[in-house]
Design a protein around this ligand. Structure first.
Ligand code: ZN
Length: 205
């Protein structure tokens, strides 16, 4: 599951754009600011919403994901009624396709440095409370030397430099943080990597 914002001022315009062959982009669903859900592509079909990037072991994320666009300019809060609709939609999709909450990600998670949506205003913690995404619990920070390893275990496997990767991780879990990599970042990664490893083979049974 890849969540986006449209970066447009109206769902109507976004709908026109996503339905226009010239745009060469599409999404499975568009959710308006008032909570109206428009399905644009069948869930079993491929839409063109993700582009280049990587999540866990998946490098063709676009062909293996369902994309939801939230009508939002990128500079405004998401109305509660819109997120209510998203939660309802996600609940159904995760159930139908047996998708784990750790695989509900932002465009920015799989395309660090290239995409920032759904952006710092998106309330991931709210989704996590409904079991529709993951969110960290307090944990002891891991040493900075394992930053890349833990990030990869948490799903952040895109081939970008450390600073770009850290920005993407913060955008997802702590958008208010800035400055160099620190113990709070390593505490988040320690917890997420331990509880929600992505595409990591488990110990042999
Ligand atoms: Zn996007």
């Amino acid at each position: 599951m890849v969540l986006h914002y449209t970066a447009m001022n109206s769902a109507r315009r976004a709908c026109d754009w996503l339905c226009n062959p010239e745009s060469q982009v599409s999404a499975h669903y568009l959710i308006g600011r008032g909570g109206r859900i428009t399905q644009m592509v069948d869930e079993a079909q491929r839409a063109w919403h993700a582009g280049a990037g990587r999540w866990g072991a998946v490098d063709d994320v676009n062909s293996r994901s369902i994309g939801v666009e939230l009508s939002n300019s990128g500079a405004e809060p998401f109305p509660a009624i819109q997120i209510d609709a998203l939660e309802q939609l996600l609940g159904g999709i995760l159930h139908r396709w047996q998708i784990a909450p750790a695989r509900v990600i932002g465009h920015s998670c799989m395309a660090p440095g290239r995409k920032i949506d759904p952006g710092p205003r998106f309330d991931w913690q709210r989704l996590a409370r409904q079991g529709l995404a993951v969110w960290p619990l307090p944990a002891d920070p891991a040493p900075p030397a394992v930053f890349r390893a833990l990030a990869a275990r948490a799903g952040f496997t895109a081939p970008v430099d450390d600073a770009t990767l850290l920005s993407a991780i913060r955008l997802r879990f702590a958008p208010w943080r800035n400055g160099p990599l620190g113990p709070p970042d390593m505490a988040i990664l320690a917890d997420i990597a331990a509880r929600f490893p992505v595409d990591v083979p488990g110990p042999a049974a």
